[in-house]
Structures are given as C-alpha cells and as structure tokens.
Design a protein around this ligand. Structure first.
Ligand SMILES: NC(=O)c1ccc[n+]([C@@H]2O[C@H](COP(=O)([O-])OP(=O)(O)OC[C@H]3O[C@@H](n4cnc5c(N)ncnc54)[C@H](O)[C@@H]3O)[C@@H](O)[C@H]2O)c1
Ligand SMILES: [Zn+2]
Length: 434
C-alpha cells in the first residue's frame, strides 16, 4: 500500500505500456552495424559524435566497418558535451547542408545520442527546434513524418538514451534544461558494445554510473501506473509510472551496480571487460526501466543544478567551460530525495537499499537505509559532498527551487505530492551530505 494506492481513483488506470528499441549487446557488436543497416537498404550515413569520443578512434572505426557493406559514412564530431539549443542547431545545420542521409549512427554518450535524435527529427520534419521542445519552453509539436533509422551506440555506461524517447538540452538564453519527448525519437537499434566503454575517464564512469543508479532507483520508487486516472489511447505517454516490467529492469540494474560500479571507477578489476560489461548491462536495463516508468525528484533537481552552474570543473570532462555533469547533478540531492519519498513506499526503499549495498548494516530507522547506501556509493566513487561541493550556498536555494518547480512533468511521477517547501528542504539538507 502506498500514498497513491490508498487514494485510488474510481477510474484508476489498469493499463501500462512498454516500448524498446531492437538491441544488439556484447563486445564486437559495433562491428556489425554496416550489416544491419544494409539490410534496411541504407547507403549513406552520418555518424554523430563528440571530439572526446572521436579521439578514441572508435567512431572512425565504426564508420570504416560500415564501408565494407557498401555504406558511405561521414562523421560529424561537433557534438557539445551536454547539448545546448545552439549546439543542436549547428548539428542540424551540418546535416541539412551535407545530407540527405538515409540513416544516422550516434557513437558516444548521451550527448551524442541526443544530438543525433534532434538531427533525425529536424531533417525529416518541418519547422525548427523550438517547435518540438516541451512546453512551456517550446511548442511541444509532434512530428508529422516518420524519422530515419537511428542506431545508437553508447560509449558511456550511463544515460540509457539508446533506449529512450527523449533528447535533453540546455536552452542557453533561459538558463533552463528541458527536452524533446516523443516515441518517434526512440532509436531503431541500440548497439551496446562494452568494449567501446573501456576508455571512459574515471570521472565520467563515476558520474554516468550515478545516472544509472538514479534511473533505477527513481523508476523503482515512481508513482505506480495504477495511481493515475484511466487514459484514453491518444493520451498515453511513454512514462507511465512504476509497473511490473520496469520494476524487473530496475532491480536487475541495482544488483549489477552493487557488484561492479566501484571496481569500474577504480580501474583495478582483474577482468576490466567483465566489469564494464556489467555496467553496460546495468545502463541498458535501467534505461529500459526508466524509459517506460519515468524519473522524479533527483532528476527534476538536476536540471537547475546543471543549468545554473557557476564555476565547477569536474575531472574527466572538457575543461573549457564550467559544468556539473548530468549524473553528478542527479546524485547530489538523491539521498535526501529518497529520505523524503520513503514514507510513500517504505518496502521499496528498503529493498532498493538491500540490492544496492548488500553488505551495509540495516540501520534501526529504515528511512535512513537507502540514503546511507547511496552516500556510501557516492563517497566510494568520489562524488562531491552535496550541492555545496559544486558551489551552491544557502542563498542559491530559492533559485534552485524555482528551477525544480518548472519540471512538473517529472515531479508528477514522484510517489507523493511535492511542494516548494519540500524541495527547499531537500536542497537545504543536501548542501553538505556528510
Ligand atoms: N535521452 C536520455 O534519455 C537521457 C537520459 C539521461 C541523460 N541524458 C543526457 O545525456 C548527457 C550526458 O551523457 P553521458 O553521461 O553519457 O556523457 P556525455 O555524452 O556527455 O560524455 C561525457 C564525456 O565523456 C567523454 N566520453 C564518452 N565516452 C567516452 C569513451 N568511451 N572514452 C573516452 N571518453 C568518452 C565525452 O567525450 C565527454 O567528454 C546529458 O546531456 C544528459 O542530460 C539523456
Ligand atoms: Zn539521467
């Protein structure tokens, strides 16, 4: 029984949905993309990546491998790490000038995959970026035309963007992070090749791993789908609340993270590929879970924490501009967010803590269990100590709360109603976590 079940509406939802791309998983999978695209009759491809990933040589290798199947593959390495409206427009412009392409292949982290989603949308459909961005920032238009095949090849172990229907971006003039969300943005094929993730810097493995953890934990503790009012078919959205299928993915992701997250960050595992394979599976599992259930308070807080960054420069990321990486920005308020949501579904919070930190002693107060498990992981992988650790002070809280409250789409997935005061309290207690 939880807060929403006990208030079950007379016309409660009885239906949940599950969507996913086709998946090819395992070391060497990226070499087969040319074959897969040739089956679709594709001959001209744009490979989308960023400069850091391009420096590993992997995008070029993937492009060359496609050549063996008669595919002409060009590479665009201009992706901005954590895309902005400006960077997306540049990428779309590049594709419009150099196209037409009959498929896109994103090789990189969430930044490259999300950029490829935007390119695909705006080279197949009329209008401009702002037409499709979520309201109230944009016009939230739906695409009228089908998109081209998009193959997503993640090189981080994190976002799960290869499975999801969203593209996240920073609208620079408004200092707000938002997204484009539509089922047609979901990649056609996810090619998850753990061998491509071995070169991730430790700081990237740590932040993107915290993203995996929060995807799993937030979708596992999300409002259950049965707590919503019954929708008409045309009202259904990709995020339908926690459900038996997403629960299964989230639980399995937590178990893999418990085993392999810290060894992956420390780079001391005897079998590095095995550890990275666990992380890649966990990222995929969590993506398949949250991509259908949804995420809530930690992700809603992450948007202003990242969007209003002052002068923080994390290890492992490009140095020319300040940033709080997505996974880090999600993690910083997560322990306090789960302390707040505990009362809505105590047994799920306890189960999640047991999966995530099987060796941790169970505290006398169960509400402390998941926050303690998360903080232990955060310390082990070198996360900053709360929002204070990335430069925010007590005086910044009203501004941060304001940014969070704009993310109503995410807050609506929290397992209990959330007020401005609740969010302010979560930030206040997250200035220093330990
Ligand atoms: N669409 C979604 O469903 C979704 C979900 C969560 C996050 N996101 C978004 O994804 C972005 C974050 O993506 P991310 O965490 O995967 O990282 P990223 O794509 O931003 O990359 C982070 C850094 O790691 C480098 N890098 C990536 N893979 C590497 C490799 N194998 N070897 C060496 N360097 C490598 C990149 O060059 C970059 O400097 C954010 O914009 C976030 O908002 C999207
Ligand atoms: Zn995320």
């Amino acid at each position: 029984m939880n807060t929403f079940d006990s208030e079950r509406a007379p016309h409660a939802e009885t239906v949940f949905t599950y969507g996913s791309p086709a998946l090819k998983f395992g070391a060497g999978a990226a070499d087969e993309i040319g074959y897969d695209l040739a089956q679709l009759g594709v001959t001209r491809v744009l490979v989308v990546t960023d400069a850091g990933v391009a420096a590993t040589g992997n995008p070029q290798r993937v492009a060359e491998a496609m050549g063996r199947f008669g595919i002409d593959a060009q590479t665009y390495d201009g992706v901005h790490v954590e895309p902005t409206d400006v960077s997306l427009r540049e990428a779309i412009e590049h594709a419009r000038e150099n196209g037409p392409f009959d498929a896109y292949v994103a090789v990189g982290g969430g930044s490259s995959i999300d950029t490829a989603k935007a390119i695909n949308l705006l080279t197949t459909n009329p209008g401009e970026l702002m037409d499709y961005i979520n309201a109230p920032v944009g016009k939230a238009r739906a695409p009228v035309n089908p998109l081209k095949p998009l193959v997503a090849v993640p090189t981080t172990t994190g976002t799960g963007s290869e499975s999801t229907t969203i593209c996240v971006l920073d609208v620079l003039a408004l200092k707000v992070k938002t997204g484009i969300s539509h089922p047609r943005l979901r990649p056609t094929l996810a090619v998850v090749d753990p061998a491509l993730t071995l070169t991730q810097p430790a700081g990237v493995t740590a932040s993107s791993g915290m993203d995996i953890l929060c995807h799993a934990l937030e979708s596992y503790t999300a409002r259950p789908y049965t707590s919503y009012d019954r929708k008409a078919p045309e009202q259904r959205v990709p995020y339908c609340g926690a459900n038996p299928v997403s629960d299964m993915w989230s639980e399995r992701a937590l178990g893999l993270m418990a085993r392999s997250f810290v060894p992956a960050v420390r780079g001391q595992a005897a079998d590095e590929l095995a550890v990275r394979t666990d992380m890649a599976l966990a990222a995929t599992f969590a993506g398949l879970g949250f991509g259908n259930a949804g995420v809530h308070i930690p992700h809603a807080n992450a948007y202003p924490i990242a969007g209003r960054v002052k002068d923080f420069h994390p290890d492992g990321y490009p140095v020319h501009e300040p940033m709080v990486p997505h996974g880090m920005s999600v993690a910083l308020t997560a322990p306090e967010a789960f302390r707040f949501t505990f009362e809505a579904q105590p047994e799920r919070h306890v189960r999640a803590a047991q999966l995530l930190a099987p060796d941790l002693d169970r505290p006398t107060d169960d509400a402390e269990y998941l926050p303690a498990a998360l903080q232990k992981v955060m310390r082990d992988v070198g996360m900053p100590n709360g929002v204070g650790g990335v430069g925010y002070h007590e005086g910044d809280i009203p501004d941060l709360v304001d940014g969070t409250m704009k993310q109503q789409r995410l807050l609506a997935t929290a397992p209990r109603p959330v007020t401005e005061d609740d969010i302010a309290g979560i930030y206040r207690r997250s200035i220093n976590l330990w």
